[in-house]
Design a protein around this ligand. Sequence first.
Ligand code: HEM
Length: 144
Amino acid sequence: MTEPEQSVYEMVGGDATFKKLVDAFYRRVEADEVLRPMFPESLEEGKYWQYLFLAQFFGGPAQYIAERGHPRLRMRHQPFVIDQEGRNHWFTHMCEAIDEVGIQEPARSIMRDYFERGSTFMINAESGSTNLMQWQNRSKDQSS
Ligand code: HEM
């Protein structure tokens, strides 16, 4: 008989690890000039949903769907201008967060693969769009 397969959630140590991962990731977002303007002023609510979603996605309790409904992630990301550059920043921060938290193989590669494909899937704007958006915001600030 084969052993039941362990989920990534179990491999990495459950809830506490996902909380740490999201903290490590958001610390990087907060210091990122490209991504920070895209996120709302308070990062707390986003952090909570991110944590619940990832814990559920990787095999933990289905708490995100219970509290928030179907993820529909691409739709939830439509309000943000996500180009290749923004996506690359996002993905780099997530990979660094995985390593900061000390997630080991094979979970490390499974998570990296998902984030690599998932972040590409979230792209909804042509290259250069993030810069354009920031330029527009700056012009608005200056004219007011
Ligand atoms: C695998 C890739 C990704 C996953 C799994 C993911 C997951 C999530 C989740 C679960 C949320 C919260 C949704 C909710 O409100 O319930 C969220 C919000 C958000 N995501 Fe992503 N995301 C990904 C890629 C990206 C990328 C590439 C960007 C931008 C470069 C991005 C920017 C944002 C922003 C700005 C928010 C809103 C935060 C807030 O309202 O506080 N995401 N994401």
